[in-house]
Design a binder for this molecule. Structure first.
Ligand SMILES: C[S@@+](CC[C@H](N)C(=O)[O-])C[C@H]1O[C@@H](n2cnc3c(N)ncnc32)[C@H](O)[C@@H]1O
Length: 332
């Protein structure tokens, strides 16, 4: 077995779209009439760890459903692309579920090249080292970067001619995009793929708000901490002066839009300085910052999304409760 360091390359590209864009996006998001912050900023070191804790909550059915699908179908999924295959993962996080697919692929081929992308450098570093410890036949080229930066970097790289690519986008990440953003993102993924390659998308399905709301507003308050940590991050990185106790977490299902929404709600009238931006932000009591949308899908929407972004929805797998879907988008 070769040393872990011989099998690991990490491209740290986060800085190319990092601090400046965080500052710019916070300024733009909090200065507007309707305040909002992009969800990709949840994932600093603490936020990434809080997300791992969310995945363990009984109310967060998404991770259990995805694990069930992978436990039952990863061999079939691995066989759906004529290998040998290299595995690309966008927003890989802790990559715990990816192990099912790595197992299935390594049962079919001698070596596997895994290319995870995540905006959180800590997640990329830790998950890559853990995977390499477990799998001596794995090699990793990782990208600590925003999706688009990493996809651009991948396009420049040569890839083995005899290999097909299987790209993964798990954890309902697709749900964080508006429909037009999802199409732009999928076309960017399509541009690093060729005929015969596939993209596996984990999409949460539409269901009762009785199930949805507790998944985003758990009684232990872990999701609340994950949401409020966004203000903590502004304090730490941009010299913000938010008193975290003066904001509360809110989650609601917007039935007409088919999406879960998360907000931070100001508990009182207050004005907050953010020193490195040289701005002061005023909040009325009850005023909100919109921090996340999580769209819930149905098969028709997934079929159209695939068609509109250069793919065809070839196959869908669901869990036993029909909560969640894995969708194989084949390159057209
Ligand atoms: C909902 S978590 C899912 C993690 C993992 N795929 C899973 O299923 O458990 C979203 C992951 O995507 C990463 N992420 C979010 N926005 C991103 C972006 N714009 N570019 C790259 N990674 C991003 C986060 O750091 C986080 O690890």
């Amino acid at each position: 077995m070769s040393e872990i360091s011989d099998r690991l390359i990490i491209h740290r590209l986060a800085h190319t779209s990092g601090v400046d864009s965080f500052a710019d996006d916070v300024r733009a998001g909090l200065k507007g009439k309707k305040k909002s912050l992009p969800p990709k900023y949840f994932y600093d070191d603490l936020g990434s760890q809080l997300f791992v804790a969310i995945c363990r909550l009984p109310e967060y059915y998404l991770t259990r459903a995805e694990s069930e699908i992978l436990r039952n179908h990863s061999e079939e999924i691995a066989a759906s692309i004529c290998g040998p295959v290299r595995l690309i993962e966008l927003g890989s996080g802790s990559a715990e579920k990816t192990r099912y697919l790595i197992d299935a692929l390594l049962a079919r081929q001698t070596l596997l090249h895994y290319k995870p992308v995540d905006i959180s450098p800590a997640s990329i570093e830790e998950s890559s080292r853990e995977l390499l410890k477990s799998y001596p036949r794995l090699r990793i080229t990782a990208y600590a970067a925003d999706y688009f930066t990493a996809l651009r970097a991948m396009m420049e790289e040569p890839s083995a001619k005899d290999e097909r690519a299987m790209a993964l986008f798990l954890g309902s990440n697709i749900g964080n995009f508006e429909m037009d953003e999802a199409r732009v993102f999928l076309r960017a993924v399509r541009s690093v793929l060729d005929r015969g390659d596939g993209l596996l998308i984990g999409a949460d399905l539409k269901k009762s708000s009785d199930v949805l709301v507790p998944a985003y507003d758990d009684p232990l308050g872990v999701t609340a901490a994950f949401n409020i940590n966004l203000l903590g991050r502004i304090n730490r990185e941009l010299g913000g002066e938010f008193d975290l106790k003066k904001f509360e977490h809110r989650a609601r299902y917007n039935e007409s839009e088919g999406r879960m929404e998360m907000y931070l709600v100001s508990r009182e009238r207050q004005t907050i300085a953010i020193r490195s931006l040289d701005v002061e932000i005023h909040f009325e009591e009850g005023e909100t910052i919109h921090t996340e949308n999580s769209y819930k899908y149905d098969t028709d929407q997934l079929t159209s999304l695939a068609r509109e972004s250069g793919f065809a929805l070839e196959r869908t797998w669901t869990d036993s409760l029909q909560c969640f879907s894995f969708n194989l988008f084949a390159v057209r």
